[in-house]
Design a protein around this ligand. Structure first.
Ligand code: URA
Length: 276
């Protein structure tokens, strides 16, 4: 038998966290390498709560009873929502994205329901997952400063993410996860009816911008306005891609470009104000 020391176990745990396995899904550990007990020919197969001592955790039962749902089902659900409250309730009940199984809670949005500007981020992180509000961690604090620098704050803009649940280990959401949540994101924008979108980072830009921009990196995309048609909105909406604040925290040299983007945004919003 291999004996593990205390430090080996800590290292093994640390490695798991780095790989994204940072949420406990079962009450007790499972040794998946242990041989499965041989099925007894005479033992009847039992089902239901009385079947055995090991109880399936709640999220597994949910998977077992819910069929996988794709973007088409998400679109049907989202399209039927006539208010932000209905959209939030629909998302809370939506089981088509597996991220909800590892997240603590839905991180729906922050800010004004009728904001002129919608800010689209990537995905909630650990702190947002705990708080149930987007952008409350270090990137959020920088976002607050960025908004403040052009006379905005989180009470007057609307802040949402491409996916409303935290990906395990704070990894970026996959394309499939973004695709299944996209109808909710687009419906959210249509219900707020903003005059402009600020797309923070490559994941948000890729989610919202159509081809061929979708394939470009954020360095190519940032700082240039694009008009995007959003289902449910009569006119295309101006979108400005820029750097994600988490990137700016890692790469302060990019702040000068981000500042230029913010100035453009301020100029555009001021122009809108003069037009009423
Ligand atoms: N980063 C995001 O993109 N969204 C959040 O809500 C927090 C951090």
């Amino acid at each position: 038998m291999v004996k593990y020391g205390y430090m080996d176990l800590i290292e093994a745990l640390r490695l798991q966290v780095e790989w994204g396995a940072d949420e406990a899904l079962l009450d007790a550990p499972q040794d998946r390498r242990a041989a499965a007990p041989a099925a007894s020919a005479s033992a009847p197969v039992q089902a239901g709560p009385a079947a055995g001592r090991v109880h399936a955790p709640r999220h597994v039962a949910r998977h077992a009873t819910v069929l996988p749902a794709g973007p088409a089902q998400a679109a049907k659900v989202a399209e039927g929502c006539e208010s932000l409250e209905a959209l939030q309730a629909a998302l809370a009940g939506f089981t088509g994205c597996a991220l909800r199984d590892t997240a603590t809670q839905l991180v729906f949005a922050d800010g004004a329901a009728d904001a002129r500007l919608v800010v689209v981020g990537e995905a909630p992180g650990a702190e947002e997952d705990r708080a149930g509000r987007p952008f409350v961690g270090p990137a959020g604090q920088l976002l607050d400063k960025m908004l403040g620098s052009i006379g905005l704050d989180r009470a007057t803009v609307r802040i949402i993410n491409t996916v409303p649940w935290r990906p395990p280990g704070d990894r970026p959401p996959t394309e499939a996860e973004v695709a299944v949540c996209l109808p909710f994101l687009l419906r959210h924008i249509a219900l707020v009816r903003p005059r402009a979108l600020l797309l923070l980072g490559a994941v948000a830009a890729r989610a919202v911008l159509p081809e061929p921009e979708r394939g470009l990196g954020i360095r190519r995309l940032r700082g240039a306005w694009r008009q995007v048609e959003i289902p449910g909105l009569a006119a295309p909406i101006p979108c400005l891609p820029s750097y994600h604040p988490a990137y700016l925290l890692r790469m302060p040299s990019a702040k000068a470009e981000a500042w230029r983007d913010l100035l453009q945004l301020r100029e555009f919003l001021e122009l809108l104000s003069t037009q009423g």
